[in-house]
Design a protein around this ligand. Structure first.
Ligand SMILES: Cc1cc2nc3c(=O)[nH]c(=O)nc-3n(C[C@H](O)[C@H](O)[C@H](O)COP(=O)(O)OP(=O)(O)OC[C@H]3O[C@@H](n4cnc5c(N)ncnc54)[C@H](O)[C@@H]3O)c2cc1C
Ligand code: SF4
Length: 330
């Protein structure tokens, strides 16, 4: 594959979602939805992805903004920037786990252009795949990361199925913890998918990380009233404190009655190909006192069944400690 020139593409700039869906449906696998461009232009400039048709969503006003909904929840347009989410008084006041997660993405410049839709729809960050090698995820028949010498310190603890890449998004676990709903418009009409089901692993489709198919546009993300104003916790550990992807992150939403944990949702990023909902921890701590002992127990239960690769054993105690802190400090 020649890498001398960035491939030319035809650019379309619709001003309605319906127009975008019509175009993307027509172009199928040869089309590409463009949001803030952080990830898209990396792929194009590295000559690894070469769509013939690019549909720029940035001129569609209906896809932007944060609005309160009649059922007491909040709807975020998919083209809303991470900076807007980080700074929104509504999100800070009612769903702080999401504004905290958005604040920890990359750098201010990337958050200014990067959208929440692009952040959850971004592709795997495995460096082999990014370099354009013919691994399983790229349609080939090997995984370069899952070998004795493979560079896999960023890779998964669970869910390996030929591919061992992880979900790299910081906002994704926050959306799973909040039990968000993803609203999608596609050639067959509109549908709603829970955040937990929006992300898919290699066992379902090794070439995609979400349920989005060619022609689909993620239009909005809905946060339910149920978790508005709950206690929250978000923490991310990365090699560097800015401009870097999570080694592990944790997002929790919790309701505490007196000293008792009444209900909780917890999800970790960068440990599996999807944000990993920690249902075992939820079961262990629900109905228990919010104490140091419960937090310790939660951390221990979070890592049961983890299967590290050669160079990512450090993620096991890291996840354990993050879960312990989430229960203790939320
Ligand atoms: C140097 C660097 C560091 C980064 N660090 C982090 C980090 O620490 N944490 C983190 O979470 N992320 C990180 N990122 C990823 C970054 O957050 C995403 O690249 C960015 O948020 C993507 O948003 P965008 O609007 O620019 O999307 P684009 O780049 O335009 O699109 C990304 C993908 O999503 C698809 N897409 C976008 N919007 C829609 C939609 N509405 N419907 C359907 N498909 C859509 C596009 O087709 C494309 O495949 C980093 C990126 C870079 C370049
Ligand atoms: S981990 Fe996945 S993306 Fe990375 S080389 Fe292996 S198959 Fe490819």
């Amino acid at each position: 594959m020649s890498r001398d020139m960035m491939s030319a593409f035809e650019l379309y700039q619709p001003d309605t979602v319906e127009g975008a869906v019509e175009l993307l449906g027509r172009f199928g696998a040869e089309g590409w939805a463009l949001a803030g461009g952080n990830d898209s232009f990396d792929w194009f400039k590295d000559r690894v992805k070469r769509p013939k048709y690019v549909v720029d969503l940035s001129g569609i006003a209906a896809l932007r903004g944060i609005r309160e909904t009649p059922d007491g929840g909040v709807e975020i347009g998919a083209l809303t920037t991470l900076t807007e989410i980080e700074r929104s008084s509504t999100i800070q006041g009612r769903y702080k786990v999401l504004s905290d997660a958005a604040r920890r993405v990359a750098s201010p410049q990337i958050r200014n252009a990067g959208t929440i839709g692009g952040n959850v729809a971004q592709d795997a960050r495995c460096w082999y795949y990014r370099y354009g090698v013919d691994c399983y995820r790229a349609g080939g028949n090997t995984c370069y990361a899952d070998t004795p010498e493979g560079q896999n310190r960023e890779h998964c603890l669970w869910g390996a199925d030929r591919c061992v890449a992880v979900s790299p998004s910081d906002t994704a676990p926050a959306l799973v913890a909040l039990d968000a709903t993803m609203v999608i418009l596609g050639p067959q009409g509109s549908r709603e998918v829970k955040a937990e089901e929006f992300f898919i692993g290699p066992d379902i489709d090794i070439e995609r990380m979400t349920v989005l198919e060619p022609g689909d546009v993620l239009t909005a993300i809905r946060l339910p009233a149920e978790w508005s104003g709950a206690r929250f916790y978000f923490e991310k550990v990365a090699d560097r404190n800015t401009w870097d992807f999570p080694l592990v992150n944790i997002a929790a939403a919790m309701v505490v009655n007196g000293q008792t944990i009444e209900k909780i949702r917890l999800a970790a990023g960068a440990v599996q190909c999807v944000p990993r909902r920690l249902t075992v921890v939820e079961e262990v701590v629900t109905g228990q006192p919010k104490s140091a002992e419960t937090a310790q127990l939660a951390g221990q239960s979070a890592v049961r069944g983890a299967t590290p690769l050669n160079f990512n054993h450090f993620k096991v105690p890291l996840l354990q400690n993050l879960v312990t802190r989430a229960i203790r400090d939320a």
